[in-house]
Ligand binder design. Structure first.
Ligand SMILES: Cc1ncc(COP(=O)(O)O)c(C=O)c1O
Length: 471
């Protein structure tokens, strides 16, 4: 984010010069000096790590879980019936954690040093290392990507009653964070070229809302499945209307847009270290920004909005959103592996694309020529009339073979919880949801695993078309 002087940043400069309800200062950083004062919190954190965070904080289930847990078919989450796995082979999960000896050593070192607290040297080092990797001034490590979204939107000035533009085709956390502030998501459709927020619809929506005198307070762009949204037009539009952009790069660490790292576009970027992400801390997130004020406010709000005085003084309602030092230690080991993790997922994506290329009725997510994805998940669309099998047929068929595949995100405007919200367009993302399939993409897949997935997709029973064109 070194181009703070260019026109892209006009919207953010306009935003940053507005009067605010809190002090623009980064003095509030909590320094981990009070080890002994954290005894109770430390025990609670340790309990969280041992009993909750490490084993189950991720969507996917690690390979090493006992069989009764590992055999849990997560397709049931989506209303599919539970499958009895007939094969004796290992389960293949959608995107399981991939951790090793380096992370283990760093975690134990942090533990043995007694920095078992939401502060400490690993937390600070993890922040410095991610900031250096992304070439951004600040990184604030938080308990989750959702917490980072919440703080980014609050610091961007979103308040109760405001509108916020959000892509409908995303994971629910993007929209939930808007509602935490009492604001309303206004959903927009995706572009067929990238599956991401359609800049033409953003332009239309901003034009319409400017005419109505009710501009949204913020635009949230999501880098879906590890591919960046198209930031040139999006940032130009935000600058024109003086609206900040928040980048939800939860799925895209390691991706880039025109040579710049995902997460570094807009007023603030959001990363997730959930167990299913390209790197994980077992659960965690980060807010990254070039702006001192944004980082200072995020830190302040994440530590109960505690003022920098000896006694406990609070002028605002804050949150307990900091990442623990122990989890940051895992993150430090993981970040070293990021390049390798991207390469492994790219290998899988290439293999699926090549090995399934001849199957009729299959179309992979388009790769935009403006950047490099991190290949977080390989996704494709199924045309059931051409293939003779539906997306759900494939999910069931794979589940019977111990392979986890999932539908693409169900658009937010179709979710019962958001039915009241405005939506612009919808045909594109509805089609992406109806036909979209995510294949196992973890960086720890073996060649044999990849072959099993391809064989399973190729062996799905296919029905002949009837005269009316139905299967
Ligand atoms: C697009 C998107 N945004 C936000 C999040 C939330 O991140 P977290 O699970 O770390 O809260 C996720 C994933 O979990 C995501 O996929």
């Amino acid at each position: 984010m070194s181009s703070a002087g260019t026109s892209h940043w006009a919207g953010h400069r306009a935003f940053l010069s507005r009067p605010t309800d809190a002090e623009p200062d980064s003095r509030y950083r909590e320094i981990g000096g009070a080890k002994s004062g954290f005894v109770v919190q430390a025990l609670a954190e340790l309990f969280k790590v041992v009993t909750i965070a490490l084993p189950i904080a991720c969507d996917a289930v690690p390979r090493s879980l006992p069989n009764d847990l590992a055999a849990r078919p997560s397709a049931s989450t989506y209303g599919f019936k539970r499958h009895q796995v007939t094969s004796m082979e290992d389960h293949i999960y959608l995107s399981p954690p991939h951790v090793g000896d380096v992370e283990r050593k760093l975690l134990l070192k942090a533990f043995d040093s007694n920095w078992v607290a939401p502060a400490g040297p690993d937390l600070e080092a993890f922040e410095r290392e991610v900031a250096a990797l992304l070439n951004v001034r600040h990184a604030v490590a938080l308990a989750s990507g959702t917490a980072a979204l919440h703080l980014a939107l609050q610091v961007a000035g979103v308040r109760a009653g405001d509108n916020v533009l959000v892509p409908s085709f995303t994971f629910v956390a993007t929209a939930n964070a808007v509602t935490y502030l009492g604001a309303r998501p206004v959903f927009l459709d995706s572009s067929t070229d990238t599956w991401n927020l359609d800049p033409l619809l953003v332009a239309e929506e901003l034009d319409r809302s400017a005419r109505d005198g009710r501009l949204p307070k913020c635009v949230v762009a999501v880098d879906l499945y590890g591919q960046c949204a198209d930031y040139d037009p999006l940032l130009e539009l935000c600058a024109r209307y003086g609206i900040p952009l928040v980048e939800d790069a939860a799925e895209a660490l390691g991706a880039s847009y025109r040579g710049r790292a995902a997460g570094t576009f807009g007023l603030a970027g959001v990363l997730s270290f959930n167990g299913n992400k390209i790197i994980t801390t077992g659960g965690g997130g980060m807010l990254v920004t070039d702006h001192d004020y944004v980082a200072g406010q995020a830190r302040y709000l994440a530590t109960q909005a505690r003022d920098p005085v000896t006694h406990y003084e609070h002028r605002m309602v804050g949150y307990n959103y900091r990442l623990s030092n122990l989890l940051a230690a895992i993150g430090r080991g993981q970040i070293l592996m990021l390049g390798e993790r991207v390469k492994a997922r790219q290998k899988t994506a290439r293999y699926y694309r090549e090995s399934l290329a001849d199957l009729p009725g299959i179309e992979f997510m388009p790769l935009a020529n403006y950047g490099l994805p991190n290949y977080w998940l390989t996704c494709l669309l199924i045309d059931p009339l051409v293939l003779g099998a539906s997306r759900d047929d494939i999910i069931h068929h794979l589940a019977e073979r111990g392979i986890e595949a999932r539908p693409t995100w169900k658009p937010m405007h179709l979710q019962p919880v958001f039915l009241e919200c405005a939506m612009s367009g919808g045909a594109v993302c509805e089609n992406l949801f109806r036909r979209g399939l995510c294949l196992p993409s973890g960086s720890n897949l073996t060649d044999h695993d990849r072959e099993r997935v391809v064989d399973a997709v190729r062996s799905v029973p296919r029905r002949a078309r009837t005269a009316s064109g139905e299967c």
